[in-house]
Design a protein around this ligand. Structure first.
Ligand code: F3S
Length: 81
């Protein structure tokens, strides 16, 4: 399985990811991207039918803000992360 999340600190709101993978990525009020399936936590496996779109988004982001992992991302709940 694959997991994805957006690094909202580095996203420059270019809008490419939501175009490549509209079923995964959406934009907040400031046009910064996030993963809409799990509110950008990166803990919900991406559906198989969306994997190709996810990879296209990953390759197309100009700031490498689209993150992909084969494991769930850890929740950023601690101050030391
Ligand atoms: Fe941001 Fe990259 Fe998407 S800059 S809007 S995460 S393609």
């Amino acid at each position: 399985a694959y997991y994805t999340r957006i690094d909202k600190e580095t996203c420059i709101a270019c809008g490419a990811c939501g175009t490549a993978a509209p079923d995964i990525y959406d934009y907040d009020d400031e046009c910064i991207a996030f993963v809409k399936t799990d509110n950008n936590q990166g803990i919900t496996a991406v559906k198989n039918e969306y994997i190709d779109d996810m990879i296209e988004a990953y390759q197309g982001c100009p700031t490498d803000s689209v993150k992909i992992s084969e494991h769930p991302f850890k929740a950023a709940s601690c101050n030391n992360q």
